[in-house]
Design a binder for this molecule. Structure first.
Ligand code: ZN
Length: 292
């Protein structure tokens, strides 16, 4: 599942078996006090069997080795602080560093080559929770702190905003954009004998095919149908989400942009965790109801 070419990757939907599927709902809370602001997000469902929220609201993490800790410890703290600044207090979710690593913790490793990858939510499967992170300035959003905040968002349970099933009304990702992906040419040149291994138009538009191939369009193509079933989305698209790729994510260095807004305008890198991002975390990790 890991690709050296990914810039802002998450663990794909393929870890979720179809038997886990349930009807797609808008996850509308029964609490009528929930405001429209709180309904813009794309995340795991609370209480899932395979990908779920962290137990006891604590993101338990450890570093794979001493070098990873040296490179990433401060960045992890800074990325977490962006969530705190947006309103995620320890009442909702917090983090705890442990050493040595445990099989139920998020194991954080430093990487190179802009390999950035974080498993989605918390999994009960031993050693399944991983973050692989290149702290270089040229990766992802071009800022390792905002990159880290984005990856922490995945670990807490949030999915790319641009992969919501309704994203095509807001975001443009067509075949011409797909050609600008960093690994497009590599996949285009793969051969099965003398024939091309992949039909690139299909690989650029079909989430299952892109995921199976390990092609980075899997981090761009909106989820539809069964792919979207295990997840829930709020009412409206959040254009300020830390989980929304900027136009440079996934692009070749010096090459053209990939994702854009529907009107062709550039998606700038985020500078903060949005209020809606933080609100979704507060809904996923609610404050306990006080007992009378
Ligand atoms: Zn991501």
């Amino acid at each position: 599942m890991l690709l050296s070419t990914l810039w802002c990757a998450i663990l794909g939907f393929s870890v979720v078996p179809e038997t886990f599927a349930a009807p797609l709902t808008s996850d509308t809370p029964s609490n009528s006090a929930i405001t429209d602001l709180e309904r813009r997000w794309f995340s795991i469902k609370p209480g899932g069997q395979v990908q779920r929220e962290w137990r006891s609201k604590v993101l338990l993490y450890c570093f794979h080795d001493a070098a990873s800790q040296t490179k990433l410890s401060g960045l992890f703290d800074s990325g977490w602080q962006m969530w705190v600044n947006a309103g995620v207090s320890p009442d909702y979710a917090t983090k705890s560093l442990i050493s040595p690593c445990r099989q139920d913790a998020l194991v954080v490793s430093a990487t190179t080559g802009c390999e950035i990858f974080t498993s989605l939510g918390w999994s009960p499967v031993a050693w399944a929770n991983t973050m692989r992170f290149d702290p270089s300035n040229e990766c992802g959003f071009g800022n390792p702190v905002t990159n880290m905040a984005h990856e922490i968002g995945h670990s807490l349970g949030l999915i790319h905003e641009h992969q919501r099933s309704d994203a095509s009304g807001i975001i443009k990702f067509d075949y011409d954009d797909c050609k600008n992906l960093k690994d497009y040419r590599r996949f285009k040149n793969m051969k099965n004998g003398k024939k091309p291994l992949y039909h690139m138009r299909s690989l650029c538009s079909n989430l299952n095919l892109a995921s199976q191939a390990g092609f980075s369009a899997r981090d761009m193509i909106p989820y539809t149908g069964l792919n979207a079933v295990p997840y829930v989305a709020g009412n409206r698209f959040d254009t300020r989400s830390i989980m929304l790729y900027s136009s440079r994510c996934g692009a070749s260095p010096g090459g053209k942009d990939v994702l854009k807004f529907r009107d062709g305008s550039i998606i700038p890198p985020p500078t903060e965790v949005s209020r809606v991002d933080a609100e979704r975390i507060r809904l996923l990790y609610p404050r306990p109801t006080p007992t009378p």
